[in-house]
Design a protein around this ligand. Sequence first.
Ligand SMILES: *Cc1c(COP(=O)(O)O)cnc(C)c1O
Length: 412
Amino acid sequence: MQSKSKITQIIATKPTVKDSFGAISQPVYRNIAFEYPDSESIADAFQQKTNGYTYSRINNPTVFDFEQKMKAAYNAQYAMAFSSGMAAMSNLFMTLAYNGANIVSSPHLFGNSFSLLNSTLKEFGVEVRFVDTDNLNEIKQAIDDNTCAFFCELITNPHLEIANLPEISKILKQKSVPMVVDTTLIPWCGMQQKELGIDLEIVSSTKYLSGGSGTLGGVILDYDSFDWSKNRKLAPIVKTGIRSAFNHKLRTEIARNFGATITPDTAFAQGVGMETVELRYKAQSESAYILAKELLKHSCVVHVNYPKLDNYKYKELADEFFIGNPGAMLTFNLATKVDCFKFMDNLKIIRRSTNLFDSKSLIIHPESTIYGTLNADMKRLIGIDETLIRLSVGLENVEDLKNDIFQALELI
Ligand SMILES: *Cc1c(COP(=O)(O)O)cnc(C)c1O
């Protein structure tokens, strides 16, 4: 029976290989090496004539099982898991970029993603061209023959901006540039099944997927929607007759050489985490919306940003792209940085910490922490405001969270 509901599909998924003890989910295969009955069959496995496993940095049954689940959850053609979200991102850009290439990107990125593009890749001859994603003309102007990717986050953190992906996609299609989007902030169950134009997607599975922040991981999802004969680096692979040149290059060269492999234990834990994502996401997002509305009422709060509030700049796009309450992250401004620190120090339940979508509610002052080591010019480019507080709402009772926030606001 084919179930329409994704949560049932994910929970009902059987191990990809039938286990001799009847294990109900894919066992954790911690072994590195795999043995074959004869020389011919191990040669076939190494030459990829058969689907056999060879060495756990390259392929592993537990990791394969997790990747299959991710592929199904996102309706992607290929999924590859890595040891962290940053590992997924660096492997992705190492596959696409080359000396002389450029990436057209929003500057409003997760701190390390910004640094990967703006410092690490730059030293290898890859230029990053920062654009305002609200300005379609600016995007069009920034693209040239060496643009190997357009990149942004959906939704941006901590600005909570939404790029008009379907409109940007029209430009990228004309110019033959793949759209790469980091969707860590909204899991599959929060997205409308709608054509947004994403070709390659990055998810830090450390966040919603791991559940309770017990494991680090990252996944690249490939929708096999881009014609790679238009990419200078991948075109020669297309000529050999291989269909998804990106997936081929990533799997058989880049990922093997960088070796940022997800461990079988993590793949297992995140596969289990996936089963409860929908429930946790719904509960945490609902609490986030309730708290956003409560914060609006308090006189110490200057501004509240959550993609469902009436004053939200991208409300139309949010309603079009997302289902229900759009995520468990909200931001708000107090009058001064001193107020922000005082407020945060007064909290009893909400923890001062940087992760997102943990079961615990976590609060952070981005300007002094995540962006704390950047100079003033960089802070201006990234658009970081010193009166901004970011809250990731957890699974605690929402009344308890509200009371904690209000008692802390009263003390400033
Ligand atoms: C956390 C995060 C990352 C990096 O993921 P790690 O698993 O910590 O490497 C990338 N993008 C976004 C939007 C994130 O929140």
